[in-house]
Ligand binder design. Structure first.
Ligand code: NCD
Length: 288
């Protein structure tokens, strides 16, 4: 197991498989008291609901204590403290630091100076590796196998960090990925060539529709992006048999008319954040 979890590439196929199996065990019998006397710090420099609270719930379920902040305005960053200094100090208080930051690359910089494991909980338009573990876990629960699965990633693929971690992980696990970018917001080049499809084609053809929102906060000055919407009508029209995932929060790209239908797995996906993050905390802290 790696010491830090900064990018999804830190986990090879075997490590991904082990993590998913461990998450299933956490969802089953759990591991009460496993992290008793350990302290987990959640340092969130950007808004979050699911990621922070599911990490904190995961820590509590394992018996760990939690410290941290959800609003960097209340920290010394406001006084001009560098990320490196903050990371050094936090690693003296806690046994593991979960970091979300608006700057791409911040978790790698923190990991370079931290004396304890650092987990990337989303860095700007960079990556979001624990969300990918949640996504893979949810796909595996419904499809059994990741190998051979056909997954469409839909939305703002340029800025969506969840997709930046998900695409390489799906490849590692032998799944097939197709891209449905909107408004010219294509996958970054380093992610390699990914075949493109339109929304109708993807709905008709894929096993999983992974819908993401336009990351408006990362699109300064851009008034509007082409509209796209995954909803009950699209699935019906195309005879789709796909399950629908979304890292949430949704805006208009995912119809509420899907909620409660058998295709909609996004609320279950959010809930899977707890056992998956229990597995991440346990794996990293075991050897720390
Ligand atoms: C995502 C994120 O923060 O990147 N949310 C999450 O962690 N579930 C997706 C998003 O904000 O669009």
């Amino acid at each position: 197991m790696t010491r830090h979890l900064v990018r999804i590439g830190d986990l090879d196929a075997e490590a991904l498989r082990r993590m998913l199996a461990r998450a299933a065990a956490m969802a089953g019998e759990g591991a009460p008291g496993l992290l008793r006397d350990r302290i987990v710090c959640t340092a969130f420099f950007e808004p979050s609901t699911r990621t922070r609270l599911s990490f904190e719930a995961a820590a509590h379920r394992l018996g760990a204590d939690v410290i941290g902040f959800a609003d960097a305005q209340s920290t010394s960053t406001r006084k001009g403290e560098s990320l490196e200094d903050t990371a050094r100090v936090l690693s003296g208080y806690a046994d593991l630091v979960v970091l979300r930051h608006f700057e791409q690359g911040a978790p790698a910089r923190a990991a370079a100076v931290s004396g304890v494991p650092v987990v990337n909980a989303g860095d700007g338009s960079g990556e979001h590796p624990t969300q990918t573990l949640v996504d893979l876990y949810t796909m595996q629960r419904h499809h059994g196998e990741l190998t051979g699965l056909k997954v469409a990633v839909i939305g703002d693929l340029r800025h969506g960090r969840t997709v930046h971690s998900l695409v390489p992980a799906l490849r590692t696990m032998g799944a097939e990925v197709v891209a449905v970018p909107v408004g010219g917001l294509e996958l970054p080049k380093p992610l390699g060539p990914v075949p493109r499809m339109d929304l109708e084609g993807a709905a008709a053809d894929c096993d999983v529709l992974y819908v993401t929102r336009v990351q408006r906060e990362r699109l300064p000055g851009r008034a509007s992006v082409a509209e796209y919407r995954v909803d009950a009508d699209l699935l019906e029209r195309t005879g789709s048999r796909a399950i629908v995932l979304h890292p949430l929060p949704r805006v208009d790209e995912l119809g509420t008319d899907l909620d409660g239908t058998p295709a909609a797995k996004y609320f279950e996906q959010a809930q899977n954040g707890v056992p998956v993050r229990m597995a991440v905390l346990a794996s990293l802290l075991e050897n720390a």
